[in-house]
Structure formats: C-alpha cells, structure tokens
Design a binder for this molecule. Structure first.
Ligand SMILES: *Cc1c(COP(=O)(O)O)cnc(C)c1O
Length: 426
C-alpha cells in the first residue's frame, strides 16, 4: 500500500488490497499449510528462490497483511509479527547478536524487557550494559565495547514514562557503527515515528494500544531498511556472510534492504517459532483500523486526568510528559507534539500503603495487569509487574515503590476523574 497516504488512511486501508471478488475485509487464513501443484514449485520456496506461502510458522497471509500495515505506519520497508512483545524484543536483538556479543540499553525500560536482557539473554552469552537515557554522549559511548552490536531504548518508558532523546541515541549508535533499536509501544506510530529521527529498527508490543481492546497478545519488528550492514560486515556476520542453514545464502546480497526482516523470518522464526495465530492478527488488524481515533482520545483524557491529579492535595507527585512541570516536557514537545500516550504515573501522600488503599477504593477503574487499552485501569508495579526486581533495580528502572500506574482509557474523562475523586476521599 502506497506510503504517501497519511497515517489515518494507512490505519484503515494499508496491508490488505482485495482484488475482484475477494473478501472486502482481511480474511483469516486459518491454515497451517498451503497447496502446490508440483514438487519443483515447493522446492523453490524452500530455497527462498520464489516467494509464496508453505507453512504458517514461516509466513501466513493474514499475518503478513497486518505486518505490512504496521510497516507502512512506521514508514519502514518490512515488518514481521511475533506472538508477543517479548518475542519481538528478543528476536530484534538475537537477529544481530550471538554468544560473546554485547549491546547497550537505556535503563528506563519495561520490567519484562529488563529481565529478558539482564538475566535470560546473559545466560545465552549475550551481555548488556544499562545506561541512563539522560546521560551525556560521552557517558553512553563509554559503555560501548568492541563486541557491541546495538543500542536499545523505549520512546516513552513503561512505567517510568521517561521520554527518550531519539536523535541523541541515533547519533551515538551511528558513531559506534551499530543500529538503534526503539521500542515504540507507548506512543505508537500515530504519535511518533522513530525512523524520522534516525532509529533503524522499531519494535512493538502490539498487545497495548495497537490491539487496543486487551484481546490478543502480540508483537512486531519493523526495519527502516536504512542501516548499512555491509559497511560493518565484520560486526554482522549473520547478515553479511553465508548462512549454512540456508544453503550458503547471504541475506544482504540476496535481499538488500529486506535482509534483516528476511533473516528474522527465514531463520529465527523457522527455528524458534514464536508465530502469532492468524486469528490474533485479525483482531490486531481490527484494532489498528481505529488506532488514530483512540490515541487522540487516550491523550486528551490523560491530559485532563493528569491536570486534575496535579491539583489534588492528596497527590504528592504526578508524572505525565504533557504537563509543563514535567522533566520531559521539552523532549515531548519535540518528539510527541500531538500527544504522548494515555499512561500517567503518580504517588500519594502516605506512600506505598495509601497507594494500595486508594486502588482498592476505585469502582469503575479496574486493577488489572494491563496497560494501554480502551478501559481505564491501574496497577502498582512494585507489588505487581516489577515484583521480581529489588528496590535497587526498581529505582534503576525508574520505578518508585509508591508509584501508581494509571492507564487512562477512552471513556468520558469526567467519569474517570469522578471515580478517582471518590477513591481519594475514601
Ligand atoms: C508490554 C510491553 C512489552 C512486552 O510485550 P508483551 O506483548 O506483553 O510480551 C515490551 N515493551 C513494552 C514497552 C511493553 O509495554
């Protein structure tokens, strides 16, 4: 689908272009496999000499149509869906890192990603150094080693809501000859397109705003096609030298700008298999069709709720980058001029125990381990999602022990504020 369309049009139209007599909306290709007429046809598919479907673990038409829509929204050349955001983050790095390699990562990231990078990937022999996203160029560059293969950060971190200076991170990554990978889950491409600021690869947990209805867990990796792997061929042998598991094919030679996503699909998805079900991709596509409308409502509601919370004497602090008092207001004005996301964090006078009592007093707003869907919800990361982290790690990840994460939905803002007001009184 033509990339010249504006984001609202891409949300509705991109990815699926039916021909004469085809279903009007994206069909669910609920099939593990696909039929061919001759043995020769099938052989050419396995050699990557022809494109076509043969087994859903590698590619499926429903999944591919949704991946193409997300690629168009981000302004990338290709994308691959995964069965979760965790799988997307793992594949994005594992596609260019192997045992003995290292990458540098902003410390302001999602707790699940922090565990994946800091614990599980270390067991695979891939090491990480965390840096403060607010550190200077020199401090961040000091974390780079000869075996460093990537720099990673979140546009708006979950749940600490720090806004990343993407241009600074891109400048640093490129000065060190590695790609910048950005988790763009919270703003979505409606509010920020990291490729326009120099990022090379974008990852998403589509579980959040993209799906938007808390219906399906999923993830996505998008490649800008801009990073010149061959310029640093000695660093990226997986892309720039023959793949023995694919008859000696070299991805950059055979696929050019599509090399990174083709390798992720043909090699990692083939071997590790975190493929989404076509049913889930269908649900994700329904969510994407209204993403632009929902993001607008999430952001305007969150702005009102954040301003209300800031005016409450029971509230000790509010973190929302749309507030002029916020540390990241200037960066948000630059990277997120149309709004950031619907997630706010705040603390109450009285600390941790008061936070828990407040949450239990809410009536409409529900306590759920989720964020970024249509219904307003709350979570106390220190007792829920980030329970595995020590107090020290919590602070390092930018999560205060009294922090309440409020994910503002698309209801009427007054009803959300009324529920918060009655719970504060209680
Ligand atoms: C939720 C989340 C993830 C993990 O995604 P899942 O779909 O839950 O696996 C990764 N990054 C960010 C920023 C998230 O919010």
């Amino acid at each position: 689908m033509a990339n010249q369309f504006k984001p609202e049009t891409l949300c509705v139209q991109a990815g699926w272009s039916p021909k004469k007599g085809d279903p009007r909306i994206l069909p669910i290709y609920q099939s593990t496999t696909f039929k061919y007429d001759t043995s020769e046809q099938m052989a050419r598919l396995f050699d990557l000499e022809d494109s076509g479907y043969f087994y859903t673990r590698l590619q499926n038409p429903t999944n591919d149509a949704v991946a193409a829509k997300i690629a168009a929204l981000e302004g990338g050349v290709a994308a691959m869906l995964t069965s979760s955001g965790q799988a997307a983050n793992f594949y994005a790095l594992f596609n260019i890192c192997q045992a003995g390699d290292h990458f540098v990562c902003s410390s302001a990231i999602y707790g699940g990603t922090f565990n994946l990078f800091g614990v599980t990937m270390k067991k695979l022999g891939i090491d990480v150094t965390f840096v403060s996203p607010d550190a200077s160029d020199d401090e961040i560059i000091a974390a780079f080693l000869p075996n460093t293969k990537a720099l990673f950060g979140e546009t708006i971190s979950n749940p600490s809501l720090e806004v990343l200076d993407i241009e600074k991170f891109a400048r640093i990554a490129h000065s060190q000859g590695v790609p910048l990978i950005i988790d763009n889950t919270f703003p979505t491409p409606i509010n920020c397109r990291p490729f326009e600021w120099g990022a090379d690869i974008v990852v998403h947990s589509t579980t959040k705003y993209m799906d938007g209805h808390a219906a399906a867990v999923g993830g996505c990796i998008v490649d800008s096609g801009n990073f010149d792997w061959n310029k640093y061929a000695e660093k990226f042998p997986g892309l720039c030298t023959p793949d023995e598991s694919y008859h000696g094919l070299t991805y950059t030679e055979s696929f050019g700008k599509m090399a990174y996503i083709t390798k992720a699909t043909a090699q990692l998805m083939r071997d590790l298999g975190s493929v989404p079900s076509p049913q889930n991709s269908f649900l994700l596509n329904l969510g994407l069709e209204t993403l632009h409308l929902r993001m607008r409502q999430h952001c305007s509601n969150a702005q009102k709720v954040a301003e209300y919370l800031e005016s409450c004497e029971e509230v000790s602090w509010v973190n929302y980058c749309g507030l002029p008092s916020n540390k990241y207001y200037a960066l948000a004005q630059k990277y997120l001029p149309n709004g950031s996301c619907g997630v706010i964090s705040f603390g109450l006078n009285g600390g941790r125990d008061t936070s828990i009592r407040f949450m239990d007093a809410l009536k409409m707003v529900a306590i759920v381990t989720h964020v970024a869907d249509a219904r307003t919800c709350v979570l106390h990361p220190a007792s829920h999602t980030h329970r595995q982290l020590s107090d020290e790690q919590l602070i390092e990840a930018g999560v205060r022990p009294d922090l309440i994460r409020l994910s503002v939905g698309i209801e009427n803002a007054d009803d959300i504020i009324d529920d918060i007001a009655q719970a504060l009184k209680a």
